[in-house]
Write a protein that binds this ligand. Structure first.
Ligand SMILES: *Cc1c(COP(=O)(O)O)cnc(C)c1O
Length: 353
């Protein structure tokens, strides 16, 4: 740290992304990327856009917004595309949280919420999940701040039923409620159905997981136009050109290729279920997942030890050295062959430890 860093940022603890190792080839099951490439249609449109890179992108992202809006059955002024969904979350923190309006989220959830709260200097009110890592809806009534709920949740994979989410919304009419649907395409119930009823609801989505575009950085928010205007004001005050031309065209291509998207989601759900069964057979407890990852624990092998043993065998998973979850590992559901390799390694580890 230099002497020039301003005091308010000296204690900043940044988000720590999963490793992206270069020293050897790993089976990478640590950052919930897709094992499949982007849609051929997305690649084709992205390549064509390369020729136009001398020009700035359309700051209103009209074509991409129209494509997203049509796909989801909303009007384009309900959509704001961003540089990954982390950026729409960042805009939501900037627009809807301050010293008097804390950020409210569960104790076990996406680690970035805490980081954004610290970055923007807003207090965080943390509400513990139940012992089984589910949300007790009544504890999230009248939270007195801006509520962030990942649904399905990370790193547990557990989904909150729409009926419970609606209860939470009914009791938070005074607060903005942000529902982070990064994993919804793998089996969760979307809060989009509640948008017409709740003008205080923001739904965030990403192309990083189910649409195989983590490296292109594309996400978006869907909300009432007044909330979209609030977040657009933040975007236009930081980076009006937040989504580049190639990524925007890839996004349109991905949406056009619905069959490819649905097929990939289906394959991942099938692999998830067979991987969960295989791990259960090996003695693991596996939390019920509606995402593209499993949160697992072995009765005899500690979380960190399991992480290390897998790494030695060329498989990367994600271990969080945090209270309540240090005995667990989060394992991305990869391609079928990757899941099979994981099961073989787990069997070996179980036999030697
Ligand atoms: C991966 C993830 C995101 C953001 O991913 P982007 O690549 O920035 O779109 C947001 N929320 C959760 C819960 C995630 O797991």
């Amino acid at each position: 740290m230099s002497e020039f860093r301003v005091p308010k940022y000296r204690g900043l603890v940044p988000y720590v992304p999963g490793e992206q190792p270069r020293e050897r080839r790993y089976i990478k099951l640590n950052t919930n990327e897709s094992p499949y490439p982007p849609s051929p249609r997305a690649l084709e449109r992205g390549r064509a856009a390369l020729d136009t890179l001398a020009l700035y992108p359309d700051p209103t992202m009209a074509a991409l917004r129209a494509a997203i809006a049509e796909d989801l059955g909303v009007s384009p002024d309900w959509v704001l595309p961003t540089n990954g969904s982390d950026e729409i979350l960042s805009f939501a923190f900037a627009a809807f949280c301050d010293a008097d309006t804390p950020a409210v989220f569960p104790d076990i959830t996406y680690g970035f919420y805490r980081v954004f709260a610290d970055l923007y200097g807003v207090p965080a009110r943390v509400i513990p999940l139940r012992e089984d890592f589910t949300i007790a809806p009544e504890e999230y009534f009248a939270v007195g701040g801006t509520l962030f709920i990942a649904n399905p949740n990370a790193p547990t994979g557990i989904a909150l039923p729409l009926t419970a989410l609606r209860e939470i919304l009914l009791h938070n009419r005074e607060n903005v409620v942000v529902v982070d649907e990064a994993y919804v395409d793998f089996g969760g119930e979307s809060a989009l159905a509640l948008l017409a009823e709740f003008e205080n609801l923001v739904v965030t989505r990403t192309f990083s997981k189910s649409r195989s575009m983590a490296g292109a950085r594309l996400g978006f928010g869907i909300a009432h136009p007044a909330l979209i205007a609030d977040m657009t004001a933040i975007k236009d005050s930081t980076n009006p050109y937040n989504v580049n031309r190639v990524t925007a065209e890839m996004g349109i291509g991905s949406i056009e290729d619905r069959a490819y998207f649905e097929e990939n989601c289906k394959k991942i759900i099938e692999t998830r279920e067979s991987l969960a069964a295989g791990l259960t057979d090996l003695g693991f407890s596996v939390l019920p997942s509606c995402a593209n990852f499993l949160f697992i624990r072995h009765p005899r092998i500690g979380g960190e030890a399991l992480y290390t043993e897998l790494r030695r065998r060329g498989i990367l998973v994600r271990h969080f050295a945090a209270e309540r979850i240090r005995d667990y590992n989060r394992v991305t559901v990869g391609a079928r062959e990757e899941a099979e390799a994981l099961l073989r390694a787990m069997k070996e580890i179980g036999e030697t430890i």
